[in-house]
Design a protein around this ligand. Structure first.
Ligand code: LMR
Length: 330
């Protein structure tokens, strides 16, 4: 008899617990709130808490305040944090190196090109690769095209020669900086400003929205509008956590994820354009716009990175993206 009561209690308790205390979702990321990703995370929080009517509490931790690069993915796998939105350049250390295809220089010419991949079967198949790591991909969020910065004017690719350049933890980006004669240094995003200020590194690459919101322009004399590569994100969650949610709550959060994705992506292009203007207005950094000849020289110096990355990125994956975007590596 007692056992039956215990079984009945065990069945009722979780629902009662869910009914009583809200599900807490910690959403950690490494950038400022005033960025496409920061705005997306805030939009998800607002929508989720409103729609779930007190059944969920979404805590957003921007600027590496909870976990920084190199920590956040294992924290997610352990269930210490429930959501992240790492750059697509940061999945190599997890063993899903195919995401580094997004780091190949000039592979995307526009957001339209990019969305053919992120909104299509290629993007979906890449997300699927995360499941064997206990991770579920929820959405792709945009940021933008990268520019090079340094305390030396970078007009031609060879101007990077000998410079220590901060990169994200991607082998393709390591190959990219070496192709320019630079010395790549992997570093957590939260450490870049200080490393530039103290000269531990000479320069870096990032979309303008990251450069400006992290005040990197204050410690970089030049910004070259090279648009040589792309930074975007995969919004991810712990699979067991997400699949363990009551189905209707999960459906509500998935609808909010779609809306938050629209907020992040609708802001991406403008946030980066506004950041360039803000850097220009600050007068702290000289902005270099490349001539067509200079741009051609950068492209020529960097397209060989595609072939040099074939040991890491399956050729058929590259070809499938070339087919979508019309990219020609020659
Ligand atoms: C970087 O580390 O440079 C970026 O990935 C940061 C970010 O999340 O945009």
């Amino acid at each position: 008899m007692l056992k039956l009561i215990a079984i009945a209690a065990a069945a009722i308790l979780p629902v009662a617990v869910f009914a009583q205390s809200p599900v807490v979702i910690k959403f950690s990321h490494v950038v400022a709130t005033d960025t496409p990703k920061g705005k997306g995370a805030e939009a998800f929080k607002k929508c989720g808490e409103e729609r779930a009517k007190g059944r969920v509490q979404i805590e957003v931790y921007p600027n590496s305040t909870l976990y920084k690069d190199g920590e956040e993915l294992s924290a997610l796998q352990l269930g210490a944090v429930q959501m992240l939105a790492p750059s697509l350049a940061k999945f190599g250390p997890l063993g899903v190196k195919e995401f580094e295809v997004f780091d190949l220089p000039y592979i995307f010419d526009s957001y339209e090109d990019l969305h053919k991949v992120t909104d299509g079967p290629i993007g979906a198949s890449l997300m699927k690769k995360l499941e064997s790591k206990g991770i579920l991909g929820l959405a792709y969020w945009d940021n933008g095209f990268k520019d090079m910065s340094a305390n030396k004017a970078l007009r031609m690719p060879e101007d990077v020669r000998g410079l220590k350049m901060r990169i994200q933890s991607s082998k393709v980006l390591d190959t990219q900086m070496r192709a320019l004669g630079g010395v790549p240094q992997v570093m957590a995003f939260s450490e870049v400003y200080q490393a530039l200020q103290t000269g531990v590194v000479d320069g870096t690459e990032n979309p303008p929205s990251n450069l400006y919101t992290q005040k990197m322009h204050e410690v970089q004399k030049y910004l070259t509008l090279s648009n040589h590569g792309y930074v975007g994100y995969a919004v991810i969650t712990n699979r067991n956590f997400w699949m363990g949610l009551p189905p209707e709550l999960r459906a509500t959060l998935e609808a909010c994820m779609q809306e938050a994705t629209k907020v992040a992506n609708d802001n991406a292009k403008k946030d980066n354009e506004d950041a360039i203007e803000a850097v220009r207005k600050s007068g702290r950094t000289q902005i270099i716009t490349l001539t067509p000849q200079e741009k051609a020289a950068w492209k020529k110096a960097l397209v060989k990175v595609h072939q040099q990355s074939e040991d890491r990125i399956p050729r058929e994956l590259m070809l499938s993206i070339y087919k979508e975007t019309g990219f020609k590596p020659d």
